[in-house]
Design a protein around this ligand. Structure first.
Ligand SMILES: NC(=O)c1ccc[n+]([C@@H]2O[C@H](COP(=O)([O-])OP(=O)(O)OC[C@H]3O[C@@H](n4cnc5c(N)ncnc54)[C@H](OP(=O)(O)O)[C@@H]3O)[C@@H](O)[C@H]2O)c1
Length: 476
């Protein structure tokens, strides 16, 4: 009521009082309330309830009169009595003795508190943005921070209080969230994402935008602890996503000739970020890799027996995979980390050179081996959901089942380019044109499927999220 009356008085507008204004309220200056919180924090007993109040009460009409006086307005003409609201409490009274026993007392007099409040509003007239809907006699809007609700001013015509022409034009206004005041608008989620310039990091930002989740990209390099701390202090995230890592250009063979650089980011950097997050009680969603396994006698190709989360990595053929397996092992000791084993990621953007489909459709020759893969369009939103559910530990982050290179290229031919042709070669022939061996495997996605029963098998996901949408685009 006090902010509303001050804002109206500043504009010289009438102060509407519901009913006759005889109902009483007790008022405390905000700094005294803040001090009460502090006293309770330090001296209060856990599990106890404390009333924060004052025994001094004032009638609503008297408050309105005093505000008029502060603005040199005539209360007799300025105050308008409007229809009372259906449930307008006559009085609330809190006994604050228990709080006083802790040593707290009210320090600001009513007069001083009111004057300071008025001074603040006079100095910060634009602080709340456009709240004209809230200043109407009977506002109907919901003031939910961060959520826009339309104001429906239909009852204003029936009110005894007449609106100016400019007011009536605002009968469908939107209340903006408070400006520059994070303490009054604490969002329930705020993501800090590493990997702004990367493929997965870039897609994560788009998902956050689509879902309306506040996020910021980390500026720090992963291996620089002080930079990560600065990011956390400035962003104040609820969750951290690590989509940063050295993946090698043009491919992972780069890591064979850049081992210290690979270690710096993928090992030192990833562990540093996990450690900093742990210090700050933050969950870190870590996009790791499933390229740390290869088919073996217990998990033969096309057997349907996939590697499980608890299986020990058996593929160290490339330096990239070797370091990723080492980090995965160490991250198991961090209970604030959710490690997602991504494999051969695919997205609906077929122009992206990082996309597995784009890669194999451009190669001169391709091997034909079934593999588990990750359809990013389906799975990245699931990783956001995993953050919301605060899931931790190791997860095979692939669609269930396997798909081979040839099966994908058949789909490519069917949906994208009927004239497409390709040539296969063997693993031995492939070995001659790459530096480090590549991992081929099936991952067991049953843990993920149990948590997200809607998760599609790889071939269905490919058609739904990649080929069907692109087919429309190509034929259109
Ligand atoms: N794409 C795949 O085939 C695949 C498969 C399985 C798993 N993964 C894993 O998923 C993660 C993301 O992959 P991606 O394909 O999105 O990678 P990407 O496109 O190569 O992007 C890597 C990102 O990491 C950042 N980065 C590299 N070193 C950094 C450091 N020291 N500090 C901070 N940022 C650093 C890069 O930023 P700058 O440009 O500023 O260096 C870039 O934004 C990686 O860990 C990767 O190993 C990828």
């Amino acid at each position: 009521m006090i902010p509303k009356f001050i804002l109206l008085a500043m504009k010289g507008k009438p102060l509407p009082i519901h009913g006759d204004g005889s109902n009483v309220r007790s008022y405390l200056y905000c700094e005294d309330v803040a001090e009460a919180f502090e006293v309770i924090l330090h001296k209060g007993e856990v599990g106890h309830v404390y009333n924060i109040g004052t025994k001094k009460e004032r009638r609503v009409v008297d408050v309105a009169k005093e505000i008029c006086q502060l603005f040199s307005l005539n209360p007799d003409t300025q105050i308008k009595f409007v229809e009372n609201r259906p449930f307008n409490d006559q009085r609330y009274f809190l006994d604050d003795q228990k709080l006083k026993n802790l040593g707290w007392s009210e320090r600001t007099s009513w007069e001083e508190g009111l004057r300071k409040t008025m001074d603040w509003y006079v100095k910060n007239p634009e602080w709340w943005g456009d709240v004209s809907g809230a200043l109407l006699p009977h506002p109907k809007m919901l003031m939910v921070p961060g959520i826009e609700r339309k104001f429906d001013g239909t009852d204003t015509g029936a009110s005894a209080f007449s609106l100016s022409a400019s007011d009536s034009r605002e009968s469908h206004m939107v209340v903006p969230p408070p400006k520059n005041n994070p303490s009054t608008q604490k969002p329930s989620l705020k993501f800090l994402i590493y990997g702004k310039t990367g493929w997965i990091g870039g897609l994560l930002g788009k998902i956050c935008e689509k879902q309306g989740i506040p996020y910021e990209y980390g500026r720090g390099r992963l291996q620089e602890r002080s930079q990560l701390l600065a990011d956390i202090q400035s962003v104040k995230p609820t969750h951290v996503f690590n989509a940063a890592g050295v993946t090698g250009r043009p491919n992972v063979d780069w890591c064979e000739s850049h081992k210290p650089e690979t270690i710096r980011t993928n090992v030192v950097g990833t562990l540093t970020l996990a450690d900093v997050c742990r210090d700050h009680n933050l969950l870190m969603i870590n996009y790791a890799t499933g390229c740390i396994f290869e088919y073996d006698a217990a998990h033969p190709s096309r057997s349907g027996i996939g590697f499980k989360e608890e299986d020990t990595p058996n593929f160290t053929g490339s330096f990239y995979s070797k370091t990723k397996a080492m980090v995965e092992e160490l991250l198991k000791e961090y209970d604030n980390v959710c490690t997602l084993r991504v494999r051969m990621p695919i997205s609906s953007d077929l122009s992206n050179p990082r996309n597995f489909i784009t890669k194999i459709s451009r190669y001169d020759k391709v091997v034909d081996i079934p593999n588990s893969m990750t359809i990013l369009d389906e799975l990245l939103p699931i990783s956001v959901e995993m953050a919301k559910r605060n899931l931790r530990g190791l997860w095979n982050f692939t669609n269930p089942g396997v798909v081979s290179h040839n099966e994908i290229l058949e789909m490519y031919k069917k949906y994208i380019d009927p004239s497409f042709k390709w040539t296969n070669f063997t693993l031995e022939e492939q070995a001659k044109v790459i530096v480090a061996p590549r991992s081929n495997n099936e991952m067991d996605a049953s843990k993920l499927k149990k948590e997200f029963p809607e998760l599609l098998p790889i071939k269905e996901s490919l058609i739904k999220y990649v080929f069907e949408p692109n087919k429309k685009a190509f034929s259109g």
